[in-house]
Unconditional design. Sequence first.
Length: 93
Amino acid sequence: MLQKYGVEFLGTLIICYVLLHTHENPFFVGFSHTAALFIAADRTYGHFNPLSVLIMYALGREQFNESLMLLGVQFSAALCIVLINLKIFNLEK
């Protein structure tokens, strides 16, 4: 169970990092999604995006508690990327 959330965290981390540092270059964004899906393989569904989790919940394919956990993991991964970026590039005011 914990492995599933760890993989979701890692995939979201990779995608957010690429989005932040390549200025949304479509080639690298597509490559990061592909890499995240290969990492996820059979361990998780590979949503990596809060919108896809919400859609799966609305369609009844995800339980409420599972959706909340996935959303929490994804938001914490995005927050980690922001904090790492602030620390590495000294963007603090």
